[in-house]
Design a protein around this ligand. Structure first.
Ligand code: TRP
Length: 332
């Protein structure tokens, strides 16, 4: 079996949380040798689809780059780059918009949610977000897209766009498969365990950041919501405990049932302490490495530039073919 061409996009928010780390970043790191190549793109062009500050965007982009490198993405083993450095993404977005219907974009849940009550005031960029995302993946003829469950509709649309393009202009693009990370894909807010951990929708105290100091991690886990029972078990009415069981299982690389067995007959206090220590151990190396990498912006830029060069070499080939098929520019 040939190796898959893996592509994923990462938002340039520096405030990555434990859910991002477990559900996405760690999977990227572990998956970087699975892909040939594995391509990871920091999506600054997507970030401008909602209100933002230009100077802040640059800072957060460096934060994100440094977090990814600190977590173990290795520019020698994968392609890590900044979306806007490869102009082909923007161009392909426009070309693909010719085979995307307005109705499809209107049906996107994320657009409806993010545009909110003031839909008329939402940027056209937000409306076009799924087309840019399709361009990201299709430019590399990626076969596999690891993303969270919330991106399912976007991946389905990009598959449809690829199919429509091929039908209309001839077999050119690859219809990618979605891959949802298994364990730990759903780390919940520690204070409101019915909702996913999130830096935008979640609670401050219920969200562990990758860059949190050990004491902050201990404090947040110490005050995590549990229930009036005393059993360290998953089950109805035990969303808080179940979430902590998952976190400990993932941090230690064991099965949740092993966690349940280990804490049989022990109280919530001991259990929470164990979860806190395991989480500190999981994140501390990333935070320390980040502190070394983040100040050297020239080195971060150099890593991104090298990644962009490799990415461009692939995307340019696809674009030349797409343009030719569409009758854009001189015939080849
Ligand atoms: N929309 C994705 C998210 O918010 C990020 C993203 C952009 C992406 N382009 C992509 C993910 C291409 C996978 C493939 O998580």
């Amino acid at each position: 079996m040939p190796k898959p061409i893996v592509f994923s996009g990462i938002q340039p928010t520096g405030r990555k949380h434990l859910g991002n780390y477990i559900g996405a970043i760690r999977q990227y790191v572990e998956g970087q040798d699975r892909g040939d190549p594995a391509i990871f793109c920091i999506v600054d062009l997507h970030a401008i689809s909602v209100a933002y500050d230009p100077a802040e965007l640059r800072e957060r982009l460096y934060d994100t780059t440094a977090i990814l490198l600190a977590a173990g993405l290795d520019p020698e083993r994968c392609i890590l780059f900044r979306q806007s450095d490869v102009r082909e993404h923007a161009e392909l977005t426009w070309l693909l918009s010719a085979v995307t219907s307005h109705g499809d974009l209107n049906r996107m849940h994320q657009f409806k949610e993010k545009s909110g009550k003031q839909r008329e005031l939402a940027s056209a960029a937000l409306f076009f977000y799924p087309v840019l995302m399709a361009a990201d993946v299709l430019a590399y003829r990626a076969t596999e897209v690891p993303v969270g469950d919330d991106q399912r509709q976007h991946v389905e649309l990009m598959r449809e766009i690829a199919r429509r393009f091929n039908e209309r202009f001839g077999e050119t693009l690859v219809v990618p498969e979605m891959r949802i990370p298994g364990v730990g894909a759903r780390i919940m807010d520690l204070q409101e365990p019915e909702r996913k951990m999130s830096t935008t929708g979640g609670t401050e105290n219920g969200t562990i950041l990758v860059l949190d100091e050990p004491d902050a991690i201990r404090k947040k886990l110490g005050s995590a919501v549990t229930d009036s029972g005393r059993e360290v078990l998953r089950g109805p009415g035990k969303a808080g405990i179940a979430n902590l069981i998952d976190i400990l299982a993932v941090a230690r690389g064991i099965d949740p049932s092993e966690v349940e067995r280990e804490f049989e007959g022990k109280g919530y206090g001991d259990f929470k302490k164990a979860v806190a220590e395991a989480t500190v151990e999981l994140l501390a190396p990333v935070r320390e490495r980040y502190a070394e990498l983040r100040p050297d912006e020239a080195a971060l830029e150099a890593a991104l530039a090298a990644g962009a060069e490799k990415a461009r070499a692939i995307a340019a080939g696809t674009l030349a073919e797409v343009r030719d098929r569409m009758g854009i520019g001189p015939s080849r």
